[in-house]
Structure formats: C-alpha cells, structure tokens
Design a binder for this molecule. Structure first.
Ligand SMILES: C[S@@+](CC[C@H](N)C(=O)[O-])C[C@H]1O[C@@H](n2cnc3c(N)ncnc32)[C@H](O)[C@@H]1O
Length: 184
C-alpha cells in the first residue's frame, strides 16, 4: 500500500514538472518571438505608468492604444482610471492571453488583440497612442505613426521618436526611463 502511495506521489510530481516545463518553454519561445518581431517584453513600471497616464490628460471615451501592450498593464489602468476605450495589441499571443486574464480578474473592459504593429489599422482611430519599443523598431514605424490623426498624442516611453522632434510637447524626466510626448 505504501509503495502504491509513493508511486502515485511520484507520478503526480512528474506531471507537475512536465506541465511547468512546457509552460516555461512556451513562454520563453514567445518572448523570443517578441524580440524577433521588434522589441523584447519589458513592462513599464507601475509608478511610471500612473504618472504617464495622468500627464496624457485622458478624457472619458477617448481611444487609448498601446502598440505592443505586453501584459496589458497600461491599457487596463487607462480603462480603470480614465474610463477611456482602451485597446492593446501585441504580436505575442501568450502576453495577450495574460492581458485578457488580468482584465477579467480586474473587471476591466479593455480590449486586447494579437496583432503586428506593422500591420495594424488602429492607429488612425486613436486619440492617445502609447509605445515602449526599441529605437530601431521605432524607426521602422515612421509611415505607420504618421497615419495618426491630427491632434492625437503619441507617447514614447524610454526612447525619443527622432522623426517627430518638432512635435515634442513634453518630457517626463523620470527613472529608469524618460517619457516623450508628441502632439500630431
Ligand atoms: C518593452 S515591451 C512594452 C510592454 C508594454 N507596452 C508596457 O509598457 O508595459 C514591448 C512589447 O512590444 C511587443 N512587440 C514587439 N514587436 C511587436 C510587433 N511587431 N507588433 C506588436 N507587438 C510587438 C512585445 O511583445 C512586447 O510585449
């Protein structure tokens, strides 16, 4: 009887380890994909997210779009604090699944979609666009970001958008990253 209990215990342990390894492998694989597609997943710190959203001056029913939303933290917070139409897109399906899960648990109506920034048609409809992307990827987005509507605010966390230098209206000089605000 004791050996049967030990065997069952051992089998349960093996299954748990297998499940954990598979989840870890899938997560790592998709992080690699994120990197390959443009930028690694590094979330904006919660403190900075709150300050950035406050400075954005979001108004009820405006469209807030996070291009490369990661785990959805900025999108969910924008929805909860400012009651905007908050949308997040990311090329990484694991992060989108996590964002949707977080939105459900936090009772948020934020919308998340697996989508490549280079192929999205959501930019023209947004009032406030948020990015936290690598500089070489930002360079590739020039044509896409230029489709933003007149008066839209583009917020770039971490890195300047060189080609919009003349549209820079505000900079938050914070740690670990500065944040740049551009008015189209
Ligand atoms: C530095 S993280 C920023 C995450 C989130 N915006 C935040 O500030 O917490 C960059 C995100 O962009 C996503 N990403 C990279 N290339 C992308 C692409 N071509 N299309 C959509 N998302 C992309 C990555 O999966 C990653 O989640």
């Amino acid at each position: 009887m004791l050996s049967l209990i030990l065997l069952v215990g051992y089998l349960i342990l093996v299954v748990i380890m297998l499940v954990f390894s598979v989840v870890f492998a899938v997560y790592t694989f998709f992080l690699f994909i994120s990197n390959l597609k443009g930028s690694p997943f590094v979330p904006t710190s919660s403190d900075q997210t709150k300050k950035i959203l406050k400075e954005a001056g979001l108004k009820k029913n405006q469209v807030f779009l996070d291009l490369g939303c990661g785990d959805g933290r900025t999108v969910i917070l924008a929805d909860k604090l400012y009651n905007v139409k908050a949308i997040g897109i990311d090329v990484n399906p694991v992060l989108i699944a996590l964002s949707r899960l977080k939105a459900r648990f936090q009772n948020s109506k934020a919308i998340f979609k697996v989508e490549n920034i280079l192929e999205t048609d959501k930019i023209a409809k947004a009032d406030v666009i948020y990015i936290f992307l690598m500089p070489n990827f930002i360079d590739k987005l020039k044509n896409k970001l230029q489709t933003a509507k007149k008066g839209a605010l583009i917020i770039s966390h971490g890195f300047k958008i060189g080609y919009f230098d003349k549209k820079l209206v505000k900079t938050i000089k914070d740690k670990p990253f500065f944040t740049y605000f551009y008015r189209m």
